[in-house]
Design a protein around this ligand. Sequence first.
Ligand SMILES: [Fe+2]
Length: 171
Amino acid sequence: MNHRARTTEARIPGEGAKSIAWWKEAHRLQLALCDELEAIADSLPVNIVNQDCLFTARSLGRLIRDVHAYEEQTLFPALRRIFPESPEFGAAVERLSFEHLTDECYAEEIAEKLFYVGSGGRDVNMEALGYMLRGFFEALRRHVAFERDHFSSAVQTLQTAAEWRAPPAPR
Ligand SMILES: [Fe+2]
């Protein structure tokens, strides 16, 4: 296993670790995942490392689910309570939530394909797989950049607010 594949091994802190550190770690892990997916895309069709595919497939779904659950159930509701009057902020949250949904669907599909390829399966359309991987990690990089650009100062504010420690709002 190479060093790239280990980057998503670390678990994102769960409940009780609600902080800027968590936010930064979540972004770091997502960008590390993008790098891993890019390396796999570059390795297609003849330089595939099965173990990298298997490891990334295993970490992909879990990482995306953990990050989204935390953002949707804790972070975004807390930010909405802090900035209830901002239409731009509301629109940004809506956009990100929509992207989460589509990313989860693609993540599941990609994980399935990487498991197959990582298990030795080669009878797949490698060009289509590469296209799918690139579409996913490029979109995820844009997503992370958007969150950083639009939410960093809000999260900084939240960090010191009592709201941060409030329980997740009902969905
Ligand atoms: Fe997100």
